[in-house]
Design a protein around this ligand. Structure first.
Ligand SMILES: C[S@@+](CC[C@H](N)C(=O)[O-])C[C@H]1O[C@@H](n2cnc3c(N)ncnc32)[C@H](O)[C@@H]1O
Ligand SMILES: [Zn+2]
Ligand SMILES: [Zn+2]
Length: 593
């Protein structure tokens, strides 16, 4: 008999990104599972069922395992189902470790053949840990082939897009030049005997190895799914570089290595765990890992971009580390008392679930046009040879034709309404659903709200979810988009009608701007540094509007920023109350002339 929970969870939710559950396999917009645990514990009893119909990498399932609940997961994407299954299926750690050792043993010969070299200090066997590759550009003046590595790197450590031909001195832009297949320019070699690690130009033998093997020499299966030019993430640059299929994202050598790993992993009785480890390294092992003079720039998740200088990491070194992490994950999962199942399904049609069968929902649906999941998962889905059917993908993608999954905001709203309808159907009476959401666009917020109302769910409260404090480096590397959405809200919905959503219908639909300003001022009285940032305050304003039943119109991210600038003081990215008007004139407000 389930306990009746009458109050929504009111605390702010914080999740750290460091645990093995977070690190073992990447996914777009992962939610740290430890943050979800207290929320699940608030709403449910041990053994209860927790549904996440937009499960992604399955972190709600992991939180269910950690809290002794039963996770019921589904997602539209085969990549998500694969990753969520890898996280949530209990693997015997000893058997997995033995299978991992056997996999590496079978591949030892191939590793020597592809990445083996000699140490320049002690002459013992050494391993190429990575090779840096550079594109070759054709000079428009004299057709001389110019290595980007030679011409673009500036003495001050920056990279210039304006190149000068060393032969005829023609200056030209990188973007205007014809590009030829690249060349390896640098290796990093690790010696297993003297333990030295050196970075140096390639020897003749190493250069020959880098160009081997050719695609035609590879006999194991590898993915050749076409990267069609109608995809959201397709760029003219792909055409220019000759990136026409998933195979083109890899060097011949790494493709050969991955194909061998994929085959042997698939034949193992522990294939789920071993293939989970393999997809976990696929992006790093691809040409998407950009070389940068200051530090490696990790694979950018919102694009399928390939830079002009990139890393070719040793597949087996990546795999060895990942297998250790996956065995560690299996041990941790084995220590939990819950269980989770994963199904491939659209949230708009949960036909595998009975009416009134679920105790609680925690979910993180797509936020409008933020991420094109199926494109972002292209390489994973290529290896799985199974692709998202984008017909029901709940995103806004106006640049695509409808036949390719293109959708307007109204289409998105309709898909979200159908999903909330399914959530309302499968939830037990008087149960709760927590939905993560964020958007800098007020129209997307309104859409979401109408979708919630149409399912007769009532919105009872909203709290912030701080997805961990990024390090300073983390902040610097963040794109503007990420900065904007670093604070999500968790909306707590109740399955019996009568709450805020109902009140909203009778509400005036508007809150006076002075009330919003006053609420922000009250918040700033006791807020910490992070709670004074623009992203946090934007999420606070969304919450104020939600809870008071007011329209979102006029409160986009940019408009909230303007409101803050007019009424508050910004110092070191933190807002505070304006000083009294008397001395206000002597203080310069950051960002205003
Ligand atoms: C924000 S992500 C979830 C990430 C997840 N919280 C995690 O920690 O990994 C949203 C997910 O919704 C999925 N999705 C999009 N449309 C869907 C639909 N109609 N039904 C089910 N899943 C869908 C995407 O494939 C994506 O995995
Ligand atoms: Zn020239
Ligand atoms: Zn050595």
């Amino acid at each position: 008999m389930s306990r009746r929970v009458t109050e929504p969870y009111q605390k702010e939710i914080v999740g750290a990104k460091g645990s093995i559950f977070y690190r073992a396999h990447s996914y777009h917009t992962k939610v740290p599972p430890e943050g979800i645990v207290p929320v699940i514990e608030h709403y449910t009893n041990p053994g209860d069922t927790v549904l996440d119909p937009f499960c992604g990498s399955g972190m709600t399932g992991v939180a269910s395992l950690l809290s002794g609940r039963t996770g019921v997961l589904s997602d539209l994407s085969p990549a998500a189902v694969h990753i969520a299954s890898g996280y949530n299926t209990p693997n015997n750690p000893e058997r997995l470790a033995a299978a991992a050792s056997s996999l590496m043993a079978k591949l030892a010969g191939l590793e020597r053949e592809l990445y083996g070299t000699a140490c320049s200090r002690c002459d013992s066997d050494a391993r190429i840990e990575y090779t840096v590759w550079s594109d070759t550009m054709v000079c428009p003046g004299c057709s001389h082939e110019v290595l980007f590595w030679d011409s673009a790197r500036q003495p001050d450590g920056t990279i210039s897009k304006n190149l000068v031909c060393p032969l005829c001195s023609t200056s030209f832009r990188k973007g205007d030049a014809k590009i030829l297949p690249g060349a390896p320019v640098l290796v990093s070699v690790a010696c297993t005997s003297c333990r030295s690690r050196e970075q140096r130009p390639l020897t003749t033998v190493e250069t020959a190895m880098a160009h081997y093997p050719h695609r035609t020499d590879i006999t194991d299966w590898y993915p050749t799914a076409p990267l069609e030019d109608w995809r959201e993430m397709w760029r003219g640059q792909h055409g220019k570089l000759g990136i026409a299929t998933s195979a083109d994202f890899f060097t011949g050598r790494n493709l050969r290595a991955l194909a061998a790993v994929w085959k042997i992993a698939g034949e193992s009785p522990e294939s789920l765990g071993l293939r989970f480890a393999t997809t976990a390294i696929v992006n790093r092992a691809s040409r998407r890992y950009q070389w940068n003079p200051k530090r490696p720039t990790n694979v950018l998740s919102g694009t399928l971009y390939i830079a002009s200088m990139n890393y070719e990491f040793n597949v087996f070194s990546l795999l060895r580390r990942k297998l250790t992490a996956v065995v560690q994950l299996a041990t941790k999962v084995g220590e939990t008392s819950g269980q989770s199942s994963v199904t491939q399904a659209s949230a708009t049609n949960l036909k595998h679930l009975q009416d009134r069968s679920i105790d609680y929902v925690f979910t993180d649906p797509p936020f409008g046009a933020n991420i094109y999941y199926s494109d972002a998962s292209f390489l994973w889905e290529s290896w799985l040879d199974d692709f998202t059917d984008t017909t029901n993908e709940a995103i806004v993608s106006t640049s695509l034709a409808a036949a390719h999954g293109g959708k307007s905001l109204a289409d998105y709203e309709q898909l979200m309404a159908a999903s909330f309808g399914e959530i309302a159907r499968v939830l037990k009476r008087d149960a709760w659903a927590s939905v993560m959401f964020h958007s800098s666009d007020d129209a997307v917020w309104s859409s979401l709200e109408r979708a919630i109302e149409s399912a007769d769910l009532s919105l009872e409260s909203a709290v912030a979810f701080d997805k961990s404090q990024p390090s300073f480096k983390g902040v610097k590397q963040m794109t503007n988009q990420e900065k904007v959405s670093s604070f999500d809200l968790v909306l707590h919905l109740h399955s019996s009608a009568g709450g805020v959503a109902k009140r909203r219908k009778s509400a005036v639909g508007k809150v006076a701007e002075s009330d919003v300003i006053e609420a922000i001022a009250n918040h700033l009285e006791s807020a910490n540094q992070r709670q004074r940032s623009t992203p946090y305050i934007h999420s606070l304003v969304m919450r104020i509007l939600l809870e008071r039943g007011a329209t979102f119109a006029g409160y986009s991210y940019g408009e909230v920023e303007v409101l803050l600038t007019k009424n508050f003081l910004l110092e070191k990215s933190a807002w505070s109350r304006n000083p009294t008007p008397d001395n206000a004139s002597s203080i310069k407000i950051e960002g205003t002339p």
